[in-house]
Design a protein around this ligand. Structure first.
Ligand SMILES: Nc1ncnc2c1ncn2[C@@H]1O[C@H](COP(=O)(O)OP(=O)(O)OP(=O)(O)O)[C@@H](O)[C@H]1O
Length: 251
């Protein structure tokens, strides 16, 4: 469903991403790993339309999307979370989920002012979806709490719910386990697997927690200093000599 071919991203004299390719299948968890500064987030920023790549192609559902703006890419069904949580902290939990859907649907201002039947129907569906996902992440009783007052683990889960209410086909998660305790990481593990198995979503995951990555990934792509280093199943990647050297700092 997603193919990245020979992606390159240059910042002045620095080639932060150089020749990275990725092939993500339907209903697959595909992780991107690599040492700090390897270029993982830059790949995400190119995929999600935050950066216009200097070279290469990104093809989603048969359409070239490199260089398209982020809102168009998310409306096509590819949505992301960020390394640092980006919720509206002074809005309630449920409001965060409603705003995400408004932005996604490009709601017509006039229809909203007049409250046409069609608008009301969409509002009702948005609220149903928000309630569904709050239940799903175990936070229905926090619906009216300000997002800024949630624990870090809850904020991380809410970010995922905020993506899921827009009904994506592909979800990009940037270090979702960062800052979580072991119990929260375990909950996250189950949630990500369920997104794939129960909702048919493909997940592209950037993560430093190797236990999580090895446990849930169908396939892993390793990048090092912007360049592709290895790709394969968790077993293949774990046994790869180049990967072992890069992680031990010998490469
Ligand atoms: N907007 C930018 N302008 C200039 N350089 C950048 C920019 N974004 C990233 N870089 C550089 O590109 C390289 C790759 O950074 P990137 O954040 O993609 O790495 P990463 O693999 O995600 O790292 P980490 O695991 O630490 O998050 C780094 O050298 C970084 O300093």
């Amino acid at each position: 469903m997603l193919k990245i071919q020979n992606l390159a991203m240059r910042f002045g004299g620095l080639l932060a991403v150089d020749g990275v390719s990725l092939d993500v299948q339907e209903q697959e968890i595909h992780s991107i790993i690599g040492p700090n500064g390897a270029g993982k987030t830059t790949v995400f920023n190119c995929m999600s339309g935050f950066y216009k790549p200097s070279g290469g192609k990104i093809i989603f559902q048969g359409k070239e999307i490199q260089g398209k703006p982020d809102y168009k890419i998310s409306r096509m069904g590819m949505v992301r979370t960020f390394q640092h949580v980006r919720l509206f902290t002074q809005m309630s939990v449920v409001e965060n989920l409603l705003v995400a859907q408004h932005r996604h649907l490009n709601t017509n201002l006039l229809a909203g002012l007049v409250k046409t039947p069609d608008y009301r129907e969409r509002e009702r569906k948005s609220l149903d979806r928000a309630a569904y996902w709050l239940e799903r992440i175990g936070m229905l009783d926090q619906a009216n709490v300000d997002a800024g007052n949630l624990s870090y683990g809850q904020q991380r889960r809410l970010e995922i719910a905020r993506c899921m209410v827009t009904q994506p086909q592909l979800l990009m998660l940037d270090e979702p386990a960062a800052g979580l305790n072991p119990a929260e990481t375990q909950e996250l593990n189950q949630l990500i697997v369920s997104l794939k198995e129960d909702y048919g979503v493909s997940v592209v995951l950037i993560e430093h927690d190797m236990n999580l990555v090895m446990d849930i990934s169908d396939r892993i792509t390793v990048i090092n200093q912007g360049r592709p280093l290895a790709s394969g199943t968790p077993q293949e990647v774990r046994a790869n000599e180049d990967v072992i050297k890069a992680y031990l700092g010998e490469a």
